[in-house]
Design a protein around this ligand. Sequence first.
Ligand SMILES: [Zn+2]
Length: 283
Amino acid sequence: MRWQGRRQSSNVEDRRSSTGRKVAVGGGLGTVILVVLSLLFGGNPLDVINQIDVGSGPQQETTAPADTQKDELADFVSVVLGDTEQVWGNLFEEMGRTYQEPTLVLFRNSVESGCGFASAATGPFYCPADQKIYIDLSFYQDLKDRFQAPGDFAMAYVIAHEVGHHVQNLLGISDQVHQSRSQVSQKEYNQLSVRLELQADFLAGVWAKHDQQLNNILEEGDIEEALGAANAIGDDRLQRQSQGYVVPDAFTHGTSEQRMRWFRRGFETGDINQGDTFSTPNL
Ligand SMILES: [Zn+2]
């Protein structure tokens, strides 16, 4: 992605120099996997955060020096966020609305969010309560090493997906899904959750299309990098890795194929009206 020397967002809150509370994760590896499955890419933070036991040990008050190695990554993230502000600002204006820009919080290891306490193991997430996106930049390395989805545009897609959740929040879409929780079965709720996630992927694609038109950001292989990330973190693939088989009813984010297809659809059309994942019978 072409990003060097471009405008950076002023909505980045850098909390990397303060370490969070010491956290003990109840349930060991099983919980960690659950957290990753549910929260990777901002699923439904509250559910899983409730399952994390906050350790009662002394609080860590030490402060770490700013991680200079990651500053280039922080700059990159700030440029991507700035680009999403530009694109969504325009698209909201076309809808006759005003885009309220989200804040992006950089943290290290763990963080106190408006949706509760979270560890970096949860992956990046969006908290609707405080309208902030939370990301530990080590996720970039995770994408590369653990998910074999390298490249700066893979990371850009991650951010754009979280911004997609913010857009859904502003448009009242996520509220509708969360409010239905008490009225539908777990299976139906999971299906709604998948639709919400695939729409966030679609919105990430819409952003990429418009950002390309505005700023000519794309380099050779960028879209493949985003698709590679969407492919790597599909529920079917994550489930196969963690338990060796696939349970479709437990999907909350969509399969690899679905995630890639909806991102691509957003990117090809650039039309927000093409992304109604809720009234599409076959996702
Ligand atoms: Zn998501």
